[in-house]
Design a protein around this ligand. Structure first.
Ligand code: PLP
Length: 383
């Protein structure tokens, strides 16, 4: 058994944070569509708002709530998860070295190998599940930033945030964690020693597959954070006010959705592990999974709503299974209330470390027995 979910999150999330201290005491905070704000007569901007490329009052409530959930000094919304993640790397200087996991969100890996490298970052990849390898690389390369993604998409590799943060501290590196899949309900990286947490808010935080957004939360409002804020403000990497409001609405049910998805994902993982046509189930909650011990230690209340399966019939059966499901929708993305199935190797293309017999499953909040029956039927029909 993992530790119990922190119940106070349930209350804060359900109420969308505390908005009653703002003018009019709204239960639901307002949406500010204005792009610009009036100056005071003495030429000051005492309201703190100037122009919406940099900031917007609609962000205040979701940002405050994310900071509260992550136990952060500050949190900011971004136009997408990628905008949030790339802002962290852009805050480094040309010539700086970064260490990233060999299993991670593929579009960010491609960006690191391409545009970030072109811009002068020295990017190295390492198996973040092997602490001795991480320590060796850190000693050898002296990176400025260690990027973690745990559980790591789409093999759900689990990296030990506390142990890696300890290594980083000894060598003067920062640690940033893509915690999209864990969500603040299951893991709070800042409590484990990380400096920055990143979320693709497009996924679980919003939860309804109708908003693209990202978020960063920081342990300290230090100079590095100020550089990140400057990158957001100067480049305008911000969501629309409508999206920010919709994100807050989605977050109000985050606790319930994550709890339900975790429960169903665990059920599916245990059932599918016994199916003769499934050669491997990748899920941090299974004792047979290599990351299980660390997951038990750093995830509270569940192991997430994401799992992957590998099929004995290889790519043919994997693609065939995705084609034959009725309830599981064939689509990219994750973390929504509807369950999605995806043949990852097809989307990641050549050079991917993902085996071509693998299907990624994003478990929504449908009845878990229906999801299992649909999937088993598709697996058997594609044999
Ligand atoms: N991180 C993870 C783990 C993701 O799965 C994704 C998107 O799939 C991202 C980051 C990027 O987020 P966005 O699509 O909001 O830019």
């Amino acid at each position: 058994m993992t530790k119990k979910i922190n119940d106070s999150f349930q209350t804060s999330l359900a109420q969308g944070g505390d908005n009653l201290t703002t003018p009019f005491k709204p239960i639901i905070p307002g949406i500010f569509t204005s792009t610009t704000y009036q100056r005071d007569e003495d030429n000051q901007y005492r309201s703190g708002r100037v122009y919406s490329r940099a900031d917007n009052p609609t962000y205040d409530a979701p940002e405050k709530l994310i900071a509260q959930l992550e136990h952060a000094a500050d949190a900011k919304l971004f136009a997408s998860g990628m905008a949030a993640a790339t802002a962290v790397f852009q805050a480094l200087k040309p010539g700086d070295t970064v260490l990233a996991p060999d299993i991670m969100y593929w579009a960010l890996r491609n960006w690191l190998k391409g545009l970030a490298t072109d811009a002068g970052l020295n990017v190295h990849f390492v198996d973040m599940t092997q602490l001795d390898k991480v320590e060796n690389k850190v000693m050898q390369l002296q990176p400025k930033l260690i990027w973690l993604e745990t559980p790591g998409n789409p093999m759900w590799t689990v990296s030990d945030i506390r142990a890696i943060a300890d290594i980083a501290t000894q060598h003067g590196a920062r640690v940033a964690v893509d915690s999209t899949v864990a969500t603040p309900i299951l893991t709070r990286p800042l409590e484990l020693g990380a400096d920055i947490v990143m979320h693709s808010a497009t996924k679980y935080l919003n939860g309804h597959s109708d908003v693209i957004a990202g978020a960063l939360a920081t342990r300290e409002k230090d100079d590095f954070w100020q550089r990140i804020l400057a990158i957001r403000a100067q480049g305008g990497a911000v969501p629309s006010p409508m999206d920010a409001a919709q994100l807050l609405r989605g977050m109000r049910t985050l606790y319930l959705r994550v709890r339900e998805s975790c429960d169903s994902a665990m059920f599916l993982a245990e059932q599918l592990e016994q199916h003769p046509m499934v050669c491997e189930v990748l899920y941090p909650g299974l004792p047979s999974f290599t990351g299980y011990a660390v997951a038990r230690k750093q995830m509270q209340g569940g192991f997430g709503g994401m799992l992957s399966i590998r099929l004995v019939g290889g790519e043919h059966q994997a693609v065939g299974t995705a084609a034959k499901t009725r309830l599981w929708h064939r689509a990219t993305s994750l973390g929504g209330v509807e369950s999605l199935i995806e043949h990852r190797a097809s989307i990641e293309g050549s050079g991917t470390p993902v085996p071509n017999d693998l299907l990624r499953l994003s478990v929504g909040i449908e009845r878990k027995e229906d999801l299992l029956a649909d999937l088993v039927h598709a697996i058997e029909a594609s044999a």
